[in-house]
Ligand binder design. Structure first.
Ligand code: GLC
Length: 720
């Protein structure tokens, strides 16, 4: 075993000869360190941790269930899991970072391994936490620390900074599988304008392609597509098309032909391109683990950027497989053998299950191969890297062809990909429980390095009600990625597809989101830059006494959310770990009152955003706008709860430049001195003219103050 010291006390232990997965940025310096974990090596490797009654396990990213992972099994193996029922142990992401919180201190662990890892977090035996790594070549990273944020921050420092989307990616996006042509997309755009609902963009699902072929646009259904893309963009509205992992097998389809010639596809046992089936029927999968293939595929995104596209979503990249030839043949043979037979229960279920199990059967993963660093590698053993490396390919191409930031999200992911794109949480459903899952999932995913995250608001599958959409919007208004997306053949889910009241409430919430964008963007950028979390459960900040509260989240340093996630509720129980101010935001109005520490009932109507502001903190709000291009920070409204002194750093930039961005870092200070509030604004934002403060004090009294920015006139300007 080799060991290394990475920066900040982080230790790395190398077992066997692990593949360089590219998960971490830091390689480390060799150093002899003792590994005192209980590890049994073999064909599969077992790590065993004793669990004491008060121990907690946090992390593991995109999974269902509680934030504290105790009492459940999880499998880290990217899976196209369209039916997220409570018992599902794996979803689309493989995020092998967790923190073991004990009475005396905490330790973070990252398992750098590209294949299957199974976690039994006190499920079989509530006093044991077992990690089963399906291989013997891996790296174990160990991160000590005294506080949760310290451990996570150290991990994020070795994993590298998260992907930074453009500012416009923080707007509201409408999406739907089944917008069949350009006319329909145009209709959605116009309806948003007509109803005066802010709209940042429309996601284009696979309906825009020609026969489900990547990097094509149907000429018939989407004529003059490039012109349309640019027209919308001139009004600040973006189109974000989907790209799927499989390449249709079709002679004369350029991507297919090039892929064959360039040896870019994954191979079967015999060394021929592996055939699987997804949307278009038979496809080959690009071997994203080869650098040349990533470059080749990445270049293809130029087709989209040439049309004016600046954002893409990568899908079906676990990869999802409907069937492969072998299993389909076997299923058909079985069905033929059943013809005319009297099928008893066993035979009938065998027949039924054989067809049902064609979808995403993991046997397929044994049948195709990658070429990794010159070596043939069975897909099964590197499975979790596939979506990750597809996204790296997209990032390569988009970075090359757009000299600015772009929106990029992926469905499958593993740690490392967080540097290249964001994720959405896949095919959830229009269920109230999935709104709650969304709330719980955000901090666990964020811990694993991903910041540009969100779920399909309103739910992807199933039938959404107006009430569910509204409540979901009230939560998603705080997630960096805000997209309302729904599946083919479900009821329409746009804000205007319900009653007049739902339309009004959604409009008000989305406008509230736009008022929050300056704050959310600033918080996002500061969190990424400083390796801090954007989302935190209460226990991370206030300790074990709050471990059971998992439906209240902290955002940045300032805000606590307590969303309603149950049907027919206008109130909910909320537990305040400290005294806070309660804030209500709608399009034009804001309200601030005091809320005492402790459990209490919070009333939360459907037509606004409601959240808490912590003591000696403030948040800036802007004015709502039709989209981000029209947002301005000329006038800010700052809501503050100050009993002593509050300092806030407000970050801003042009929202599109890359590394060379010019950063505005404005410091706002509000201090209570001799019975009144003293305000200072250092390095005012260059657009800022006035800040209107609403400050609440400890007795609940409101103080309003206006602070104008006096700028020295430049010499060229005439004197007044
Ligand atoms: C997958 C995606 C979903 C998309 C659908 C059709 O199920 O997760 O978002 O709408 O494919 O492309």
């Amino acid at each position: 075993m080799k060991s290394y010291k990475l920066n900040n006390e982080v230790e790395a232990f190398e077992f066997g000869s692990p593949l360089d997965t590219g998960a971490l940025l830091e390689k480390g310096v060799p150093e002899k360190i003792h590994c005192n974990e209980e590890i049994s090596l073999g064909k599969t490797t077992k790590l065993q941790f004793p669990l004491l009654p008060r121990d907690r396990i946090y992390g593991l990213g995109e999974h269902l269930g509680s934030i504290n992972r105790r009492g459940r099994r999880f499998r880290s193996y990217c899976r196209d899991e369209a039916n997220h029922t409570e018992d599902k142990n794996e979803l689309y992401g493989a995020h092998n970072f967790f923190v073991h919180v004990k009475e005396q201190g905490l330790t973070g662990y990252f398992i750098d391994f590209p294949g299957e890892v199974v976690y039994d977090v006190g499920f079989q035996d509530d006093q044991k936490f077992t990690v089963e790594i399906h291989g013997k070549d891996f790296r174990l990273i160990k991160i000590p620390g005294n506080r949760m944020e310290e451990v996570v921050s150290r991990f994020l420092q070795v994993a590298g900074k998260a992907y930074i989307p453009p500012k416009w990616a923080f707007g509201y996006f409408q999406s739907r599988w089944g917008y069949k042509d350009l006319e329909e997309i145009k209709g959605v755009y116009e309806r948003f304008q007509q109803e005066q609902i802010p709209l940042e963009g429309i996601y284009l699902d696979l309906d825009y392609m020609e026969d489900f072929k990547n990097f094509t646009v149907s000429k018939e259904r989407f004529p003059e597509f490039g012109k349309f893309v640019r027209k919308l963009k001139n009004n600040g509205v973006y189109l974000v098309p989907i790209i799927d992992a499989g390449i249709k097998i079709e002679p004369d389809y350029d991507i297919y032909e090039e892929g064959i010639k360039g040896k870019h596809f994954c191979l079967n046992e015999e060394g021929a391109p592996y055939v699987a089936a997804v949307w278009p029927g038979k496809v080959h999968f690009p071997d994203f683990l080869q650098r040349e293939t990533r470059q080749w595929f990445g270049e293809k995104y130029k087709f989209l950027t040439d049309l004016g596209i600046e954002g893409v979503w990568n899908d079906m990249n676990e990869p999802a497989i409907f069937y492969d030839e072998k299993n389909l043949e076997e299923a058909i043979d079985l069905a033929s053998a059943c013809r005319g037979k009297n099928l008893n229960v066993h035979k009938f279920f065998e027949l039924k299950d054989t067809f049902a199990n064609l979808l995403n059967d993991e046997d397929y993963h044994q049948r195709f191969y990658h070429r990794v660093q010159g070596k043939k590698q069975r897909h099964k053993d590197v499975h979790n890297l596939y979506g990750d490396y597809m996204t790296r390919a997209a990032n390569y191409g988009l970075s090359k062809h757009l000299d600015k930031r772009f929106l990029l999200i992926s469905r499958a992911s593993s740690i490392g990909m967080h540097r290249y794109g964001g994720i959405w949480t896949g095919d959830n459903a229009s269920w109230w429980t999935h709104l709650e899952e969304n709330i719980r999932m955000m901090p666990s995913i964020n811990m694993c390095g991903f910041y540009y995250i969100g779920a399909d608001t309103g739910g992807f599958g199933g039938q959404c009600s107006g009430e569910l959409l509204t409540r979901w919007l009230q939560f998603s208004a705080f997630t960096p990625l805000l997209r309302n997306h729904s599946a083919l053949d479900t009821r329409p889910q746009e804000p205007y597809a319900f009653s007049e009241a739902v339309l009004e409430n959604s409009r008000s919430i989305i406008k509230g989101r736009y008022r929050l964008i300056p704050y959310l963007y600033s918080t996002y950028m500061k969190a990424v830059e400083n390796y801090q979390l954007f989302f935190k459960p209460l226990a991370f900040e206030y300790g074990g006494g709050y471990e059971e509260i998992e439906d209240q989240l902290l955002i940045g340093e300032e805000i606590m959310l307590a969303p309603i996630h149950k049907k027919h509720q206008s109130q909910r129980l909320v537990d305040l770990p400290e005294r806070m101010a309660l804030i209500t935001v709608s399009e034009k109005a804001t309200k601030i009152t005091l809320a005492p520490a402790g459990p209490q009932r919070l009333s939360y109507d459907l037509d606004h955003l409601r959240f808490f502001l912590r003591e000696n903190k403030m948040i800036p709000l802007g004015k709502s706008a039709a989209n981000v291009s029209k947002l301005s920070v000329q006038e800010l409204e700052v809501l503050a709860y100050v009993t002593d002194k509050a300092e806030h750093t407000f970050y801003d930039d042009d929202g599109i430049s890359l590394e060379n961005r010019e950063k505005n870092l404005m410091k706002i200070i509000v201090e209570f001195q001799q019975d009144s509030y003293h305000i200072e604004v250092e390095k005012p934002h260059k657009e800022l003219e006035v800040i209107r403060f609403t400050i609440i004090d400890n007795s609940g009294r409101i103080h309003r103050k206006s602070h104008e920015i006096k700028r020295k006139k430049s010499r060229n300007e005439p004197m007044e």
